[in-house]
Structures are given as structure tokens and as C-alpha cells.
Design a protein around this ligand. Structure first.
Ligand SMILES: *[C@@H]1O[C@H](CO)[C@@H](O)[C@H](O)[C@H]1NC(C)=O
Length: 452
């Protein structure tokens, strides 16, 4: 009888108060996932020890050093566009929830996660109007299964220039560097100034030489095709305003917004489409009330009308459902904090999305969190046993679990009917990616701060 009571109390807590989810562990582990994605020469304080130095020969067309940065997902391409989005959104969460990073002992790890990206962007920005936006070729990279330190395929580098522009890529990278400059403002003021200087140049490049980056870097178009650059231009201008307090950037953001006709693409907030994030940032800094109105109607729609799975997950797109849901969760939590919309219902919806990721359906979609989680994520490096064991396509197609636990990584997630199978072949639902964890990490920070 007592046992039954204890069990039912536990169940009740899980359902009603979500006490069963360890937000702080998930939050700390998410930073470990970024360490596992590091490309280049790993530092001595690297905590994910099964990862080794790799891609030490990544170079630009004129021999420029392009080592470092992040592997995109379960593969080893360094795609600059989602990488820059990741750094912008991670920085956003660090700026607004620095106290949570501090109190959980994660601030330095977070700054290192940002720096691993920004050091690479500084290398990739080889001259004022030249930015490398990809290293590694999609199809030859994806035809290899193994450890990154063993890969032998050519890793060509692709850049945007004044004659082959990419306002989305240059704009997002400017946003990332501007946001990161705020992260480093007191921690390292000279580094912060360097980041800001590059951010300004890249914004100017983006604004002056207009174009879609995936038309200039055509290899990216099969993986991260950009639908528009209008959102990134405004996004970059707002971040520059936040970083500099220079009104010129606010005026610029407002005029780019007026002329840009920003779209919502597939309806979500993601590496391609920042419109809803722009509305939230603009409502903080602009006197034009349209931004608050638009942010509220977008988020109200998400809470009330957006398609949901039978078990309550926001469903925006089949690819990476959880990433979309937790991205919206982050925006809801930001809006609630800023007095946009009904804070209680926004927070409730946001928490339900994060809890879904962490196990409210009986299965956690974040690796290493809870008791049942993905063991066969589509992720090359963690699937491989340590050398000298062979790792190849037989490892991929075998039934065995991945050799290493990729702590903190959130997989794509279930389909529109809450269906999901834990197999390595299912990259739509069972791959991980740097961009998936970025807003999720910020949402966790917000929930920790709320003490829920
Ligand atoms: C600031 O960043 C620069 C560039 O990475 C680095 O060389 C320097 O050691 C950093 N300074 C501090 C105080 O961390």
C-alpha cells in the first residue's frame, strides 16, 4: 500500500510538477554536447575525452588556416550558416540568463563554447568582403562513416565575396559576433572589441552586396538552403545595436524592417528564419509597437492554434520536431519575461515542450538524460568505438548502441503522431545538430531561473 502510494505520488509529481526532470543536469550536459562537436585541435581542458584532434588541415583557397569551429550534426561538414545561428542564439541565452550560467558553474564553459565558434569565424572572415561559409563537401562527407580523426576525403572550402555574395550568411555571422561581443564585454574586453569590429565589417558586407549565400555556395543548397536574407539583415542590425548602443544601427534595423517584408517561411524560428526572434528583439529596443503586437500574435497562435501531436508537442515541420518546439519554447519564455502576451500560459506551454523533450511521454529525447533515451542517434563520432577498433558503414548498420554517450544532445524527435524509432538510419528524427540545442539550452536556463 505504501509502495503504491509512493509510486502514485511520484507519477503525480511527474505529471503535475515535472520534478522528475533534472533541468540543471540537462543544461550543463548540453554544453558537453558542444564540446563533442568541436573540430580542430582540442584543448587540454576538453571534457569529452573520447573525441580527438581532427580536420587539422582545413584551409582556405589561399592556404588560410580554417581549423576549428563545429561539426554541424552527425557529420563533419562545417556549415557556416547554422553554425552562426547557433552562436547567436546561444549568446542570446547567455546574455539574458548569465546569472543562471554563473550559479550552476557553467559561465566559463559557455564562454568557451561561444569562443570555439567565434575564433573560427574570425579566421573565416579573411578580408572585409570575404567570408568562408563552408568547409567540407556535403556528399563526400556524408558518404564516410567513421571517426573524424580518420577521415581522408578532400575538404574543400567555399566563400562568399562581393561578386558572389551572401547577405544571410554574412548577416548571421555579424549577428553572432555582435552577440558574442556582449558575452565577452567584461570577461575579455579586447576580444570583445575584435569581435565587434568584425561584426561591423560583416554587416556592411551583407548590406552592401546583397545575395542569397546558398546560390553563391551551391554545395550548401542541398543542406541549408536559405529562403531569404531580409530577416538576417534586420537581426544583425539589432544585435549590432545591442552591442554598440549606437542609434545608427537601430535606425538601420527599422528601415531594413520596413523594406524587408520579413517572412515566416515554414512558420518556425530556426537557422533559416529569424523573423519571430527579430520581433522579440525589436520590441525591446524600438518604440514602434508593431513588434510587440506581431510577437504576441505569433506566439498566441503557437499556443492556441499551431498543430500539436496527440501528446502535446508543437508540430511545425517533420524535420527536427523537438528543435522547432523548443525554439518556440525559448521565444515564449523570453516574451513572458518581457511582458509580451500572457506570461502564465506562455510559460506553461514552454515548459511542456521542454518536458516533452526530457521525458514526459516516458522517453527522453535528450541523450544521457533520464532513464530511457536514444542509444542509436545518427552521429558518426559517438557511434564509433575507440581506436584501433574499426568504425565504418558496418558500425552504422549494426544493431549495437552507439559506443559513447553523447550527453546533452537532443535528437530530431517524434513524428506528427508521437511516433519514433531509435535507429541510426533515421536522420529526420534521430540525428542531432548544433542548432537543435541552441534555443533549447536557453529555454532550460529560463526554466531554471523560474525555479519551476
Ligand atoms: C582574451 O582573448 C584573447 C584572444 O583569444 C586571448 O589571447 C587572451 O588571452 C584573452 N584574455 C583573457 C584575459 O582571457
Amino acid at each position: 500500500m505504501l509502495v503504491l502510494q509512493v509510486i502514485s505520488t511520484l507519477l503525480f509529481c511527474c505529471v503535475a510538477y515535472s520534478v522528475c526532470y533534472d533541468y540543471k543536469k540537462a543544461f550543463s550536459d548540453s554544453l558537453l554536447f558542444y564540446e563533442a562537436q568541436r573540430s580542430g585541435k582540442l584543448p587540454s581542458d576538453q571534457r569529452v575525452k573520447w573525441r580527438k584532434d581532427s580536420a587539422l588541415n582545413d584551409k582556405g583557397n589561399n592556404g588560410e588556416d580554417l581549423t576549428g569551429g563545429y561539426y554541424d550534426a552527425g557529420d563533419f561538414v562545417k556549415f557556416g550558416f547554422p553554425m552562426a545561428y547557433t552562436i547567436t542564439v546561444l549568446s542570446w541565452g547567455i546574455i539574458d540568463y548569465e546569472d543562471v550560467y554563473k550559479s550552476t558553474g557553467n559561465l566559463e564553459y559557455a564562454q568557451k563554447a561561444i569562443k570555439w565558434g567565434t575564433d573560427y569565424f574570425l579566421k573565416a572572415h579573411v578580408s572585409e568582403n570575404e567570408l568562408y561559409g563552408q568547409v567540407g563537401q556535403g556528399s563526400s562527407d556524408h558518404s564516410y562513416w567513421g571517426r573524424p580523426e580518420d577521415m581522408k576525403m578532400a575538404r574543400p572550402a567555399y566563400k562568399i565575396t562581393a561578386s558572389a555574395p551572401g547577405s544571410d550568411l554574412a548577416g548571421e555571422t555579424a549577428a553572432a559576433l555582435a552577440a558574442a561581443s556582449i558575452v565577452f564585454k567584461t570577461a575579455n574586453s579586447s576580444y570583445s572589441a575584435t569581435l565587434l569590429n568584425h561584426a561591423k565589417q560583416l554587416f556592411n558586407f551583407a548590406d552592401t552586396h546583397r545575395g542569397i549565400y546558398s546560390e553563391s555556395i551551391s554545395d550548401a543548397s542541398g543542406f541549408y538552403r536559405s529562403s531569404s536574407y531580409a530577416d538576417e539583415l534586420v537581426w544583425a542590425a539589432v544585435w549590432l545595436y545591442k552591442a554598440t548602443n549606437d542609434k545608427t544601427y537601430l535606425t538601420k534595423a527599422e528601415s531594413l524592417y520596413q523594406t524587408g517584408n520579413l517572412q515566416y517561411s515554414n512558420g518556425g524560428f530556426d537557422w533559416d528564419t529569424k523573423t519571430s526572434g527579430v520581433e522579440i528583439l525589436m520590441s525591446q529596443v524600438s518604440s514602434n509597437t508593431i513588434h510587440k503586437t506581431k510577437a504576441k500574435s505569433y506566439l498566441d497562435y503557437m499556443v492556441t492554434n499551431q498543430q500539436k501531436t496527440p501528446k502535446g508537442l508543437l508540430y511545425i515541420d517533420q524535420w527536427g520536431t523537438l528543435r522547432h518546439a523548443t525554439n518556440i519554447a525559448y521565444l515564449l519564455l523570453q516574451a513572458a519575461r518581457l511582458g509580451i502576451g500572457d506570461a502564465a500560459s506562455y510559460r506553461k506551454m514552454a515548459q511542456s515542450q521542454v518536458d516533452y523533450a526530457l521525458g514526459s511521454t516516458g522517453f527522453s529525447y535528450v541523450i544521457g538524460e533520464g532513464s530511457k533515451y536514444p542509444t542509436h542517434a545518427q552521429h558518426r563520432s559517438s557511434s564509433c568505438p575507440d581506436a584501433p577498433a574499426t568504425c565504418d558503414w558496418n558500425t552504422y548498420s549494426g544493431q549495437q548502441p552507439n559506443a559513447h554517450i553523447l550527453y546533452g544532445a537532443m535528437v530530431g524527435g517524434p513524428d506528427s503522431n508521437d511516433g519514433y524509432t531509435d535507429v541510426r538510419s533515421d536522420y529526420v528524427h534521430n540525428e542531432v545538430a548544433c542548432d537543435y540545442n541552441a534555443a533549447y539550452q536557453g529555454a532550460l536556463a529560463a526554466l531554471i531561473k523560474l525555479g519551476v
